[in-house]
Design a protein around this ligand. Sequence first.
Ligand code: NDP
Length: 394
Amino acid sequence: MTKVLQIGAGGVGTVVAHKLAMSPVFTDIMLASRTVSKCDDIAASVKGKTGVTIATASVDADNVAQTVELIKSFGPDLVINVALPYQDLTLMEACLQAGVHYLDTANYEHPDTAKFEYKEQWAFQERFKEAGLTALLGSGFDPGVTNMFCAHAQKNLFDTIETIDILDCNGGDHGHPFATNFNPEINIREITANGRYWENGKWIETEPLEQSMMFDFPGVGERKAFLLYHEEMESLCQNIKGLKRIRFWMTFGEAYLKHLDVIQNLGLDSIKPIEFQGQQIVPIQFLQALLPDPASLAPNYTGKTSIGCLVKGTKDGKERTSFIYNICDHEETYKEVGAQAVSYTTGVPAVVGAEMIATGKWRQPGVWNMEQNDPDPFLERLGPSGLPWHVMDM
Ligand code: NDP
């Protein structure tokens, strides 16, 4: 199986297209998105860097019939969804109707309520099973690689796991007073929502950015990280046996938090439409139009991302604490594929996940979160694909 259709031509899409062309597994690639000129620009860069020609097309992935038509006309075995989380359900539906496997990097979000949950995607379980098709959910970095680090800890490093803290640090500098590293609307919705973590079988809610802690991130140094809700916890709390607590932390600098405060005070993060000069506008979408396009940050980005899972438990009757992590350099990823490290750390695992389905290593019919698969073949491919990872015993 070598034919793949990628949908979405933003920051992450740029990385996915380049890495699909570099992968030994895929020989026939099509890139489609709402704006075909963006696909053409990426295809030209892929051709220049790798010599591989990829086909391009325009598609509105909110329109199931149009997407099914495109899938059927190209005839891929797998669709990679790196459009936005709003398209997850329509693309899963289109894949079922066209009879192809499905992969994404972020869980479905309701455009009109800021809510992340897998419920609606898990509801496709029986239909994918009956069709003999695989849907792989959340094959980015977090979710994605973080789920794999937890699965690796469970399978290969620990006898029991008590707590997991997922720690995400972007220690990079893009030179703008305020910008988001991936889609601004999705990013701001995630950060301004209430925090939440799971302990002893229950979800505990916090105010947005209420809890913080200092952590010494390998390759970056000490940074303040804030507790957020993040979608991988919803599946990990079910799939990591004996787990007592799981939390997610992300670092933000002072300048970022100051801007976020002003944005919230002015109501610019609101997802409720308002009337403006006879037109309905959604404030957060207006804000997005003013902010730099995340893909445009890449040329001047310096510094590194450092993301990992701090796992506590036991091995051979003794207490064990390990940090499993990756460090990724913005300048190096720009040189390689013309993208910054946040896009790169998402796009590379999407391609590795696609390889797992394409090569049959992970092709169980149904809808699966990452850690429900064997982490070994995925983690074996992750380093050679551009994201080397390490285990540090603390
Ligand atoms: P961008 O906003 O840069 O790009 C989104 C792309 O999707 C654009 O090319 C856009 O097209 C296209 N698109 C949007 N709506 C449609 C539609 N209806 N039909 C077809 N194409 C559409 O986002 P990113 O590249 O930063 O993020 C891509 C995905 O990756 C998101 O789902 C994001 O949540 C996820 N992500 C996951 C992470 C992880 O670690 N798991 C981390 C970071 C991101 P156009 O430009 O023409 O509007």
